[in-house]
Design a protein around this ligand. Structure first.
Ligand SMILES: Cc1cc2nc3c(=O)[nH]c(=O)nc-3n(C[C@H](O)[C@H](O)[C@H](O)COP(=O)(O)OP(=O)(O)OC[C@H]3O[C@@H](n4cnc5c(N)ncnc54)[C@H](O)[C@@H]3O)c2cc1C
Length: 445
């Protein structure tokens, strides 16, 4: 089997990469280990970071299309705004915004956009090896119910979230033993959301609200069928209980998706540790859910609806032709080969289990993702997109956020198709030409 472009992993970045590569005229295949697209994006979290802290939208293109198409299906209602950041590090009046969406609609819309663009999807298929010619990746080995197969392509987009292809190809990674922690996200139904906000604000049954990193966004966008869209804060659910830092999003009245538990110090690229993380986090979720039902009146009749697979915020980050640093992010760096934008503050869920740390972009604006940070040093025929691009531990605290990741995917897929059409390696592309195509397709570069 032979394709022009293989997109390895159909998650947040991979979806955009596949759409862009196929629309760019490349015969494209997406290989995904699960039976749906979306990866971490369908865990029950909102899109963050696609509007900067001054209120300007920084990611459009395929990102906007996903929002619009989900909107047509009643699975997304656009931006929710109306709150400001509230941490000791935040400059005054830094706006907070998010785009909540229903993950089930994302799975459908992403699949149809990918197929509609002309790409092929291979679900339930794990990429287990790469085949090299010198330092160029020329094929992948996959394993699925049909057995093992070798699939060739001219260009590969590594959007596995763990840079699996780069690892298999012998690429190098940024050395950082302290990775961000990991979480299972969970959705709860039959919650009285307005009561929950009142409980929090009155300090009833819940302590610690309002100290720092506290936010409430009520539905100012009247289309959103929920009274409270977003909550972030801390609660102490009783004597001797540790502080629970949480963010919550709601798209439908009475339902809330929570990011509130975590395990630190386990690796997302070690099978034993991934298993341990799943086990410990499932226990954490059940324990917290029971405690919330017991202690918070608004949750008395709540039901646990769904849980996500364990989500690792950070695993491998490639050493690319350029490494994005913390200074680049907070300084709002602009690059001549900028192919995507990021605008979310650096958000580090403490590797040691403490409070989340934030570092804000000084202007309140955005920074560029240079094309060079998608190119793994020493390897050819491969472009990387997603949380594994070439960024330091600190910078990755921002580049990993989904608005930026989707834009990186679009850039990687567009670059892959362009390289195929010009019969050159991705590294040989003229970045200005790539930027022109991205701009013409509606992306913000
Ligand atoms: C717990 C948690 C909460 C978060 N909260 C937010 C939030 O609220 N808002 C926000 O914007 N961002 C949030 N993020 C960050 C963001 O969701 C991720 O950084 C981003 O979605 C990663 O995108 P990706 O494309 O790199 O990886 P993924 O979306 O994880 O996609 C990787 C895909 O590759 C597939 N895959 C992996 N390996 C293989 C293989 N060998 N063979 C075949 N398929 C493979 C996977 O199944 C998956 O579909 C959160 C992250 C986590 C973990």
């Amino acid at each position: 089997m032979r394709y022009d472009v293989i997109v390895a992993g159909g998650g947040t970045a991979g979806v955009a990469a596949a759409i862009a590569a196929a629309r760019g005229g490349a015969k494209t295949l997406v290989v995904e280990q699960y039976g749906h697209l979306g990866g971490t994006a369908v865990s029950g979290i909102p899109f963050l970071g696609s509007m900067d802290c001054n209120g300007e939208i920084v990611n459009r293109g395929i990102f906007s299309e996903l929002i619009e198409k989900m909107g047509e299906e009643d699975g997304c209602y656009g931006y929710a705004t109306g709150a400001y950041w509230h941490t000791p590090q935040t400059p005054e009046r830094y706006r907070f915004s998010l785009v909540p969406f229903d993950p089930e609609y994302y799975k459908y819309v992403a699949q149809e956009l990918v197929l509609g663009a002309g790409a092929k999807i291979l679900y339930h298929t794990f990429i287990s090896d790469v085949i090299m010619e010198g330092n160029r990746v020329v094929a992948i080995e996959v394993v699925n119910k049909s057995g093992k197969q070798i699939i060739e392509a001219d260009v590969f987009v590594d959007s596995t979230g763990d840079a699996d292809l780069v690892q298999l190809a012998g690429g190098s990674f940024i050395d950082n033993p302290h990775k961000q922690n990991c979480s299972i996200l969970f959705r709860i139904g039959n919650v009285d959301l307005e009561q929950f906000v009142a409980d929090l604000e009155e300090g009833k049954a819940v302590k610690g609200w309002g100290e720092w990193h506290t936010r409430v966004i009520k539905a100012d966008n009247k289309q959103i069928p929920t009274s409270v869209v977003h909550l972030a804060g801390h609660m102490v659910l009783g004597e001797g209980e540790p502080e629970t830092t949480f963010t919550a999003v709601s798209l439908r009245d009475g339902e809330i998706s929570l990011n509130a538990t975590r395990v630190a110090g386990l690796s997302g690229v070690d099978a034993e540790e991934i298993t341990k993380a799943e086990i410990l986090e499932r226990r954490n979720v059940m324990r917290l859910f029971r405690l919330m039902k017991e202690k918070i009146p608004a949750f008395r009749n709540a039901r646990l609806l769904t849980t996500s697979p364990i989500g690792f915020r950070e695993t491998r980050n490639i050493v690319g032709d350029y490494i994005i640093t913390m200074e680049d992010v907070v300084g709002g760096a602009k690059f001549p080969d900028g192919v995507a934008k990021g605008a979310y503050p650096i958000d580090i869920h403490d590797p040691h289990g403490g409070r989340t740390r934030f570092y804000f972009i000084k202007s309140g604006g955005s920074y560029d993702i240079p094309y060079r940070s998608l190119l793994p040093k020493g390897l050819e025929g491969i472009v990387v997109a997603g949380r594994t691009i070439s960024a330091t531990h600190e910078a990755n605290g921002s580049t990993r956020i989904m608005g930026c990741v989707t834009a990186q995917g679009e850039a990687a897929g567009t670059a892959a198709a362009l390289a195929v059409s010009k019969k050159v390696l991705p590294r040989q592309l003229n970045a200005e030409e790539l930027r022109d195509i991205l701009r013409a397709n509606g992306a913000l570069v």
